[in-house]
Design a protein around this ligand. Sequence first.
Ligand code: SF4
Length: 260
Amino acid sequence: MFTYVVCVVGPKRNVGKTTVVEGLVKKITEKGFRIGTVKHIHGTFDTPKKDTWKHIKAGATATGVITDSELLTIWNSSELPIIPETILDKLPKNLDYVIVEGFRHSEYPKIIVADVAEDLESINLSNTVAISGRIVEKPEELKKLDLDAPVVKINESEKLVNLLESRAQTIFVNQLPGIDCKSCGYNTCADFAEAVRAGEADVRQCITMFTKVDLAIDGKTIVMKGFVQDLFKAVVMGVVKELKEVPEKSREISLQIRLD
Ligand code: SF4
């Protein structure tokens, strides 16, 4: 599975980071991609003295809450590094994009949201995809920047998504497995990469990278060709649909088999 991660960073609160994230989520979702978001906040997310808070304080590694419309897991992170990877590992594996709000020192691709040039001093500028925020409306501040990155208005979500898509495409074609399975309709991965670059193919045609079925044995991911994934899916679906209490509109099935 291929997931493109981008951080939306700014020097302080109220510069427009969340507005940028909202716009990206909306546009990327409209295009049919699956998107996840992450937000770095300070302090505790849980409410002190509530049950989940007490569970964690008592020593639970993680606690979960489920309602009719939401599912939340809270991990005791006191011993975990505060870096994007810590939480990215906990997200569903079938996301096409993850937008991270915060982590301005990370090495991930970044959209920088700023008010003035000085704001960029506290940010790791490597891998900058674009600059956005109120600074875009201030030519005198833009002139002070020594950064060669596209400048995009805060409400130009479409333009930002196009920049992300183009970045993601470049990384994606460089990661194609080279197994030439032909499931995408092209004879080789190289031919497919060429077609993607030319805008003639959609990255989602590569069934191997956009897997429908994930298989890992002892933690090692096993790459399966499209028809093998279809076979797995058909067998599992055949069994599952005979079971009672299976919701009619299920979206995902997780199955873990212990061999000893
Ligand atoms: S489906 Fe993916 S792995 Fe198979 S040939 Fe096409 S690009 Fe290569």
